[in-house]
Design a binder for this molecule. Structure first.
Ligand SMILES: *Cc1c(COP(=O)(O)O)cnc(C)c1O
Length: 388
């Protein structure tokens, strides 16, 4: 099954046999527990909704199918998915090599929970150069953690190359694929061992559910993560599972439109005199455009740019927009815009932030699926409000 077909059909489909009701959409099974006839025989394999639920199970099959994985798991949030992966693979005194341009919440989880409380150490490296990952590996390294493209600087790393380096050292690789979405990038096919997503973003796509996902093909590892998901309890609710499964059905259509609009907005920004830099992998000026073309199947809908005039101009510009909502998060049908230095990345110390390149002039855009001309007209009028 190709992507669009799997997105619609995987995990779902009418049960036409006697006793089936013919629903073409998976029902929302709200029951917290499941009755059985015999003590040793859970009906349909279901016992208690934390350990397994039919609506979540349908979503998990869909998640696996769209990421070219054998197994999928649905979590209460992207960070719940990340936490469960980390607590499955890591223990005290272990070491992790991670990309230095990570989602702010991931940095907080690693630094303030796993490092401070559990004595796990992290080396953050510029993974744009795979050699930096190699140089950071230690005898105690148990995990390489990547994002590509990254947030908010839209940097890429060569997943295939880094997976090769990590595997030579016997270290598994996790890729947070949230920004590309499973429509535009398949890290497992590139050699990664585990993919994590915040389904809150593109996968659900309608800014009305917080959730996370883990996809992988190694059965033993899947069983361990699943065991810990149940042990820790970080599951997605039946209603959210329904919403995410519904969102996935239009993921291909949405991503095409996100990308079309993002290319138009990136080109517009690149030609604007009040913009000093645009970061979008679909632009030939992006330093990793060639890698993006090789590794991704498209460029997605996320971009960032630097406005001339620093923080003052940035805040003025953001206040003047009418269509783009000033909000954290991304990947929804509506265009969102934000100021990483004071919003999503406020928890990263200023010195560290600036070392990586998250300056006060940086603005991050999640380009929605609205009409292209309307979006550009809104940006244009907001630039007009920033003065010269
Ligand atoms: C939002 C996000 C997360 C965290 O997901 P939540 O659903 O908010 O917990 C992790 N990684 C990336 C890249 C994100 O954008």
């Amino acid at each position: 099954m190709k992507f669009e077909t799997a997105a619609v059909h995987a995990g779902e489909g009418p049960v036409l046999s006697d006793g089936g009701s013919g629903d073409v959409v998976v029902p929302i099974h709200l029951s917290s527990t499941f009755a059985r006839r015999d003590v040793a025989k859970p009906t349909g394999g279901y016992e208690y909704s934390r350990s397994g639920n039919p609506t979540r199970g349908a979503l998990e099959q869909k998640l696996a199918a769209i990421e070219n994985a054998r197994f999928g798991l649905a979590f209460a949030s992207g960070l719940a998915a990340e936490t469960t992966v980390a607590l499955t693979l890591l223990k005290k005194d272990d070491h992790v090599v991670a990309f230095d341009d990570l989602y702010g919440g991931t940095r907080r989880l690693f630094g303030h929970v796993f490092e401070e409380n559990f004595g796990i150490t992290f080396s953050y490296v510029d993974a744009r150069d795979a050699e930096n990952v190699k140089a950071a590996l230690r005898d105690t390294t148990r995990l390489v953690w990547l994002e590509s493209p990254t947030n908010p600087l839209i940097r890429l790393c060569d997943i295939r190359k880094i997976a090769g380096i990590a595997h030579d050292a016997g270290v598994p690789v996790v890729v947070d694929n949230t920004f590309a979405s499973p429509f535009f990038q398949h890290p497992l096919t590139l050699g990664a061992d585990i993919v994590v997503h915040s389904t809150t973003k593109y996968i659900n796509g309608h800014s009305d559910s917080v959730g996370g996902a883990v996809m992988l093909s190694d059965e033993a590892l899947y069983r361990r993560i699943r065991y810990n998901q149940n042990a820790a309890g970080a599951i997605l609710s039946p209603f959210d599972s329904f919403l995410v499964a519904r969102g996935i059905k239009t993921l291909a259509l949405r991503m095409e439109q996100h990308q079309k609009n993002a290319i138009a907005v990136a080109r517009y920004l690149e030609g604007h005199k009040k913009v000093s830099a645009v970061y979008y992998p679909g632009l030939p000026s992006h330093p990793q455009h060639a890698l993006a073309k090789k590794q991704m199947e498209g460029f997605s809908g996320m971009l960032s740019f630097e406005i001339r005039g620093g923080k003052r101009a940035a805040l003025r510009f953001l206040r003047s927009l009418r269509l783009f909502s000033l909000a954290e998060s991304l990947g929804g049908v509506e265009s969102l815009i934000e100021h990483p230095a004071t919003m999503t990345h406020a928890s990263v110390p200023k010195a560290e932030r600036e070392k990586v390149g998250v300056t006060d002039a940086l603005i991050r855009v999640s380009v929605g699926i609205e009409n292209t001309g309307d979006l550009i007209a809104d940006l244009d009028q907001a630039f007009g409000e920033t003065g010269s």
